[in-house]
Design a protein around this ligand. Structure first.
Ligand code: Z5A
Length: 217
């Protein structure tokens, strides 16, 4: 019987280095001879990416209701699980995902103020018990992360999306919600101090992976 793959998620506020380190984690695992699927949320499938575009569009002419935002996150996730994540895990591949449901608890819960009990109902409905095996929470003060993001937006001549237009208090609430979740599930989370040079951040990630992956393989 094929051994189920592992599900690793990267989480944290805007600009902390998730996308950069999804590639790093995938390369570390591939170097061990593992099949790795890299993906992201919201998105990861054709329909999920269409929902992502809807979620990130600033569309100032019609604000998106917070409940609609929450349901769209889970609609994209249901499709992502069915089309990509569950089939990959079932065939023994490892899935490395840029954000997952911890982001919903942090942004829609901490940031928007939706009660965690309501989010948990959707989590149970959509995921039916599936949870990441390991979550790397990249944590750093929001001011430093905002500077990184601004320099990336300038370099690539990109506009701020609907979330990136939020104010400082929103991101502080997001950060606190993430840290609270990490404190509640220390066996699943590894909190990575992301404010250092990339080489130091990646050394912390590598250390975490070598401890967990050796134990799992
Ligand atoms: N969202 C939600 O509300 N609810 C949910 O359930 C989910 C998501 C799943 C889109 O996500 C939005 O969806 C997100 C939350 C919401 N909005 N926000 N904010 P996203 O993941 O696409 O958005 P993001 O957080 O804005 O991602 P990002 O801008 O791509 O940031 P990042 O991936 O964390 O960072 P990066 O691109 O890897 O790095 C940023 C820059 O810093 C870049 O130039 C790097 O080269 C540089 N960098 C990275 N690491 C370092 C170090 N260590 N030193 C120096 N420079 C570095």
């Amino acid at each position: 019987m094929t051994k189920r793959g592992r599900f690793i998620t990267l989480e944290g506020g805007e600009g902390v280095g998730k996308s950069t380190n999804v590639s790093f984690v995938a390369e570390c695992l591939e170097a061990q001879g593992l099949e790795v699927v890299r993906t992201r949320e919201p998105g990861g499938t054709v329909r999920g990416e269409a929902i992502r575009a809807l979620l990130l569009d600033p569309a100032p002419q019609e604000p998106l209701h917070v409940d609609a935002e929450l349901l769209l996150m889970f609609a994209a996730r249901a499709q992502h699980l069915a089309e990509k994540i569950l089939p990959a895990l079932a065939r023994g591949a490892w899935v490395v995902c840029d954000r997952f449901t911890d982001a919903t608890f942090a942004y829609q819960g901490g940031g928007r103020g939706i009660a965690k009990e309501r989010i948990a109902v959707l989590e149970a409905f959509v995921q039916q018990g599936l949870a990441p095996d390991l979550t790397l929470l990249l944590d750093m003060p929001k001011e430093a992360a905002t500077k990184r993001l601004e320099s990336r937006l300038n370099d690539r001549q990109e506009q701020r999306d609907r979330f990136e237009k939020e104010q400082g208090d929103f991101f502080q609430a997001v950060r606190e919600a993430y840290l609270a979740r990490a404190a509640q599930a220390p066996e699943r989370f590894a909190v990575i101090d992301a404010q250092h040079a990339l080489v130091d951040v990646q050394a912390q990630i590598e250390q975490t992976l070598s401890a967990r992956v050796t134990a799992w393989c």
